[in-house]
Design a protein around this ligand. Structure first.
Ligand code: CA
Length: 221
């Protein structure tokens, strides 16, 4: 899952990039308004973490114009401002939730999951497709009675496939979802991950669609 982090504080930015990376997310971190505007116009992120106090622009203005320009991803505001007015205008301008610094990473992760669930219209952290289930909280994949916690990248790949069961993702679309900007991606990286998941769960945990890409099992009709 690709996360866009808009944060000018280097300590917080490094800390969050590392913590989210350890959860299997790819974090694209931008530190000022201009980079943030450009990044918000790119639609490859599943969620945006937005600081409000940025050099040369206010995060709320950024949010307002990004929503006006069609940004669809959920936005979680992370900020030191805790005035009621700021919270209310943040939510009114299209933020999905609001977290006041300092916060524990565990709370951020829980709120990110909640925001993503709401955004995807799911009531629980489990994604289900036929006999396959992925738990976003524990990173546990279960398929026909086999249950294992997936390593970060394998989880990210299954998450991308199971967001919409039965949808085909090409190699480029998978890479775009699981690797961040500037990350070196070996040409066979996706094949290696798929091979590893299939070795543990069997061949039909991921379907090959010749010439098009891969998909998760379909939901039961
Ligand atoms: Ca700041």
């Amino acid at each position: 899952m690709r996360v866009l982090l808009v944060e000018d504080d280097p300590m917080i930015g490094h800390g969050l990039s590392k913590a989210l990376g350890a959860e299997g997310m790819s974090v694209d971190w931008v530190r000022n308004g201009a980079d943030a505007s450009a990044a918000l116009a790119d639609s490859t992120h599943s969620i945006v973490l937005l600081d409000l106090g940025l050099p040369n622009i206010d995060g709320l203005d950024l949010l307002k114009s990004a929503r006006r320009n069609g940004l669809n991803a959920p936005v979680l505001v992370i900020t030191a401002r805790d005035g009621l007015d700021d919270r209310v205008s943040g939510l009114d301008l299209g933020a999905d939730d609001y977290l006041v610094k300092p916060f524990e990473v565990r709370e951020l992760l829980a709120r990110m999951r909640a925001v993503l669930r709401r955004h995807q219209g799911r009531a629980s952290s489990r994604m289900v497709a036929g006999e396959t289930e992925l738990d976003a909280e524990t990173r546990e994949l279960s398929h026909r009675g086999l249950v294992q916690v997936l390593p970060a990248r394998e989880y990210a790949l299954m998450h991308a496939l199971m967001e919409r069961p039965g949808r085909i993702l090409s190699r480029a679309q998978i890479e775009e979802r699981i690797y961040g900007w500037g990350e070196e991606v070996e040409s066979n990286a996706v094949d290696v991950l798929i091979h590893s998941i299939r070795r543990k769960f069997g061949k039909d945990v991921i379907f090959n669609v010749r010439g098009a890409g891969w998909m998760s099992p379909k939901s039961r009709q």
